[in-house]
Design a protein around this ligand. Structure first.
Ligand code: FAD
Length: 494
């Protein structure tokens, strides 16, 4: 039997977007049902570290006086004006009140000042590196938000998965069709529907098709995209969904947030991560060098460079370099993305183990190495020769890598290629919305009663390139959810 529920607002997905909308709706005494496929609230937002906002009290305390005007200008420029201007402006201007609202509802926040940024490339830009408001004591914070919302009457239905939208005979959106944990259909009729299911990063086939490579690694909660598909079927236009590509990992690194106490983001505590996180020599799968490796100091630029060669590349080192790394490296170890462990280790032994595990190749000569990795020898030899000249002359004529990063040449065999894979943190971008998060159809008309936000909404980032401003996606989730809530309150009052 189909269960039917009637409410003012139905929200699918309880990440930052859904929760923030629920807060506004609850503050305005609307009846809210929030469905969530997992057994707990938070989604990818709960895994994320921080929230981009400018002009906050936390920044004032640090003496950081940033303007929304300048933040909007930088974001528009970064996005080449392919972003939605009015939406960008509203999000940036509403980030501060949104942050204050979620703090009031239970989230503990601490600013990471520019001087502490883990992305060293951001040290000169407080907008990129000093706007990261980090969530503290996340489990307690989310529990407080849930409890406060429940006390205000918000009803959560866990292990309940949205499948589609309810449409009446005229095609108007009237709520959500979901399936509960026992496989029973639940129809939730509502005056307003927010689809906040966080994109489709768990649907690796869909991401591979969109991004034209299956070589990247997926992180995050398993959002399969039912919400996004339902939005598209309701006449919404997906303008810019793409994978949120972010840093790279050594192949087969253990991807688990439970190890996060071991080092920065918990991807692997193998000392070889220091090879991943220093600007050594990189080559594409056919042996060509392809970028200035100092992009490793910025998660986005680093991932973009790796994505450009199909999402997988190799770190090329010789035995002399490995022996030096056993003693220590002269290069600054990046803390971007996965972060590196500072555990000691014998790098030759560890690299040999990586070869045994199939995540690295080894060759006594470049010719043997190219054969093992099925790589074009001529490409590899040319790349190595040119790179060694750059190291010798402290002048990278190919990609202008900084001279102080041109330290380790590739000369003494055996040589090793270590496989690195770009990672993605779900998807971002999505359907076209107005600057109040109302979903628009192909004629730019609002689809009455339908709202989208967070990783389901388009217009905040240029397709495929996520701006390197820390906390942008997570901040967008909370702030767009709040804007959707405010729009719902206003639309239901009309
Ligand atoms: C490891 C990791 C680290 C990150 N770090 C950062 C960071 O530090 N800063 C930053 O800005 N961004 C970061 N991000 C990205 C950011 O977290 C997301 O872009 C953002 O949180 C998305 O918010 P959302 O509300 O749209 O979706 P989510 O927070 O993912 O919430 C969506 C919710 O919907 C649920 N759901 C999915 N499908 C259904 C369905 N059919 N029915 C019912 N429920 C469904 C999901 O279970 C989930 O709970 C990170 C992401 C990951 C994975």
């Amino acid at each position: 039997m189909v269960k039917e529920i009637f409410t003012d607002v139905v929200i699918a997905g309880t990440g930052g977007t859904g929760l923030s909308c629920a807060i506004v709706a609850a503050e305005n005494n609307l009846k809210v049902i929030a469905i969530e496929k997992l057994p707990k609230i938070g989604g990818n937002t709960r895994i994320s570290s921080g929230f981009f906002a400018v002009g906050t009290k936390e920044q004032q305390v640090e003496g950081l006086h940033l303007s929304t005007k300048e933040a909007i200008r930088q974001l528009n420029e970064y996005n080449h004006y392919l972003n939605n201007g009015p939406l960008t402006k509203r999000i940036v201007e509403n980030a501060k009140p949104t942050l204050e609202a979620i703090e009031k509802w239970g989230m503990e926040i601490k600013l990471n000042p520019t001087s502490n940024t883990t992305q060293y490339a951001h040290k000169d830009n407080p907008y990129a590196g000093g706007s990261y408001h980090m969530y503290q004591n996340k489990d307690d914070s989310y529990e407080r938000i849930k409890k406060n919302l429940e006390e205000k009457g918000v009803k959560f239905l866990f292990k309940t998965t949205m499948k589609d939208l309810v449409k009446d005979k005229d095609g108007l959106i009237k709520g959500i069709i979901a399936v509960d944990e026992n496989g029973n259909e639940v129809k939730i009729y509502a005056k307003a529907t927010l689809v906040a299911t966080g994109g489709f990063g768990g649907n690796v086939q869909r991401v591979a098709k969109l991004m034209k490579t299956n070589r990247m690694r997926s992180l995050g909660v398993p959002s399969m995209g039912e919400g996004m598909t339902a939005l598209e079927n309701a006449g919404a236009v997906n303008i810019d969904s793409h994978a949120l590509i972010h840093a790279a990992q050594l192949a087969r690194s253990k991807v688990t947030q439970n190890t996060s106490k071991k080092h920065l983001a918990g991807f692997s505590d193998n000392p070889l991560t220091r090879l991943l996180l220093t600007p050594l020599m990189w080559v594409d799968p056919d042996g060509r060098r392809f970028t200035n490796e100092d992009t490793v100091y910025d998660t986005v630029l680093w991932a973009n460079a790796g994505y450009n060669v199909g999402g997988m590349y190799y770190i090329l080192v010789d035995t002399k370099t490995l022996n030096e790394y056993t003693r220590g490296t002269k290069l600054t170890v990046s803390k971007a993305g996965p972060g590196a462990t500072d555990k000691p280790g014998d790098f030759v032994k560890l690299a040999d183990e990586a070869v045994r595990l199939g995540t690295a190749f080894k060759g006594e000569t470049l010719a043997k190495l190219a054969e093992k990795a099925d790589m074009n020898l001529k490409n590899l030899e040319t790349s190595v020769k040119t790179y060694n000249e750059a190291v010798k002359n402290k002048d990278d004529k190919e990609f202008a890598k900084k001279s102080n990063h041109l330290i380790y040449s590739v000369e003494e065999g055996p040589f090793y290629l270590l496989k690195a894979q770009v990672a993605y943190l779900g998807t971002v971008g999505g359907v076209r919305v107005d600057d109040h998060m109302r979903v628009l159809d192909k004629s730019f008309k609002t689809i009455k009663g339908l709202y989208a936000g967070g990783a389901n909404a388009g217009g905040y980032y240029e397709g495929q390139s996520y701006p390197a401003y820390e906390g942008l996606a997570s901040g967008f989730a909370w702030t767009s959810g709040r804007l959707a809530g405010l729009a719902i309150v206003s639309d239901l009052g009309d």
